[in-house]
Design a protein around this ligand. Structure first.
Ligand code: SF4
Length: 252
């Protein structure tokens, strides 16, 4: 029997993918595979377990065991908005390890909740390549449906979760685009980091301290960069905090 493995990130896209897989194939050979980065918002786990109960499919949780910050220290490299070793070590490698042990290549399909927006769809070939030799499918990207804007797609998925009686992850309600790494994803840009400073000052402070510690050993590195007069500079979180307090942004 073909194994249907949903790469469940805790975001509403992966929720939508899981629903569609359950509707099409049933849940008896379904896995909800999720990687724990150890810094997720607690409400991500509430949402993940609510989804698990709805579908009657236990969560399969894998973990490297390190937080992104611990990984950056070990690798002597600070993840940033361009290069994210945390994705590979904390998510891809543990998930592939599980796949190797539990999902035969010739009889398993991995489902990813890529949304049907122009930007997200452009990521499909690279994602499919990364998962090889397993087959991948993208259940939210049906060919016969028109492309959606990010807002339309998100609203539709949030409504879908509520319709099934599941409260969406609180990070969306709090103004974050993604429900990952507790609003402190190193891939996020300046706008989100400022938002994190406003909404979760203690998480920003923790990230700021971690970055500062890495800067003492690695030199002038930073998660963010800033362009001035066509030149790109490192922008430490401490400097972003200073700029934000000097001129707070409008709410997201
Ligand atoms: S969500 Fe962001 S910080 Fe977390 S593992 Fe992925 S790239 Fe790294």
């Amino acid at each position: 029997m073909t194994q249907h493995v949903v790469q469940f990130s805790g975001g509403v896209g992966s929720f939508g993918a899981a629903l569609r897989v359950a509707e099409k194939h049933g849940t008896s050979n379904m896995t909800l595979l999720i990687a724990d980065t150890k810094i997720e918002d607690p409400d991500l786990w509430r949402f993940a377990y609510d989804t698990s109960s709805l579908l009657n499919v236990p969560l399969t949780v894998v973990a490297d065991g390190r937080t992104p910050w611990e990984l950056f220290r070990d690798k002597r490299f600070l993840g940033n908005d361009r290069i994210t070793p945390c994705t590979m070590y904390l998510k891809q490698i543990p998930c592939r390890k599980w796949m190797k042990a539990n999902a035969p290549v010739d009889d398993s399909i991995i489902y990813i909740g890529i949304e049907k927006t122009k930007r997200d769809r452009a990521r499909i070939p690279a994602i499919a390549r990364n998962w090889k030799p397993w087959r991948t499918q993208f259940p939210l990207c049906n060919r016969w449906e028109p492309e959606l804007t990010k807002e339309e797609s998100k609203a539709r998925l949030l409504d879908e979760a509520r319709w099934f009686g599941i409260e969406p992850p609180r990070l969306y309600e709090l103004g974050f685009e993604h429900n990952n790494c507790g609003g402190t994803c190193v891939r996020a840009g300046q706008t989100q980091w400022k938002h994190t400073l406003d909404v979760f000052p203690e998480r920003f402070e923790h990230a700021e301290a971690q970055e500062a510690e890495l800067r003492t050993t690695l030199g002038n590195v930073s998660i963010l960069r800033q362009r001035r007069k066509g030149v790109s500079y490192n922008l430490p979180l401490s400097e972003l905090r200073r700029q934000h307090h000097a001129s707070p942004a409008l709410p997201l």
